[in-house]
Design a protein around this ligand. Structure first.
Ligand code: CMP
Length: 223
């Protein structure tokens, strides 16, 4: 728990107190942790692994709202507003969580407002991100959604090489499609085109891509 940003303001004895309130849960890859519409009143902190937050469109297409990793948390929405779970949470890898119930976390937040503020800041940041994605989906065609996603992804998760390209590992075409509200086939076509245009080059190592982010930014500026 010491490495979890939400609890970074706590001293050793406060961390021990949180640890004594939390239960540890191990969940295998590709399992449902939280089901949309279920009641729920606890927060999950990700100690290891990765989860996918998703919901389903009326046509039955999976819509991926976020991917969250180690140190992050989920389940705060039902905990705070006492409404049913707003989305499905599925493990992408074998994962370990600390689970804290509302009746234990609320007194802790009252006592340590820094925790409540951090939680709020993270919720604000997620709302910003979701709004940006919504705006992209409503105003851009699929290729431009993909350009915008790639620019974000590279700038957040990878570093620029000497030649100006970014080396990165992209999610699967299906996962990209589910995040950009389109089909896998459409994503595969857009990716093939980017490869033909030399904007994406196969990198060394499995799934590695070298991305020309400057050109993508230029294409987005023109849009
Ligand atoms: P809760 O509604 O309790 O259960 C599902 C969880 O998914 C939710 O709390 C949040 O933690 C998370 N979640 C829901 N919507 C989003 C979103 N748009 N972006 C990131 N996380 C989300």
């Amino acid at each position: 728990l010491r490495k979890v940003p939400l609890f970074s303001e706590l001293n050793e004895s406060e961390l021990k107190a949180v640890a004594s309130l939390a239960s540890s849960i191990d969940i295998r890859k590709k399992s449902i942790v939280v089901q949309e519409h279920d009641p729920g009143d606890s927060l999950f902190v990700i100690l290891s692994g990765e989860v996918k937050i998703s919901t389903y469109s009326t046509e039955g297409r999976e819509v991926v709202l976020a991917l969250l990793g180690k140190g992050s948390f989920f389940g705060e929405m039902s905990l705070l507003d006492e409404e049913p779970r707003s989305a499905n949470v599925t493990t992408m890898e074998d994962s370990k969580f600390a689970n804290i119930r509302r009746r234990d976390l609320v007194p802790l937040m009252m006592d340590q407002p820094a925790i409540a503020l951090k939680l709020l800041a993270e919720v604000a940041s997620r709302l910003r991100k979701t709004s940006r994605v919504l705006e992209r989906i409503s105003s851009m065609d699929v290729p431009h959604r993909l350009y915008s996603y790639l620019v974000d992804h590279c700038q957040r998760f990878s570093q620029q090489d000497a030649d100006g390209r970014y080396s990165t590992v992209l999610p699967t075409h299906q996962l990209l499609a589910d995040q950009l509200s389109t089909s896998r086939e459409t994503i595969s076509r857009a990716i093939s085109q980017l490869k033909k245009d030399g904007i994406l080059i196969q990198g060394e190592g499995r799934g590695k891509m070298r991305v020309d982010v400057d050109t993508l930014e230029g294409l987005l500026d023109e849009f």
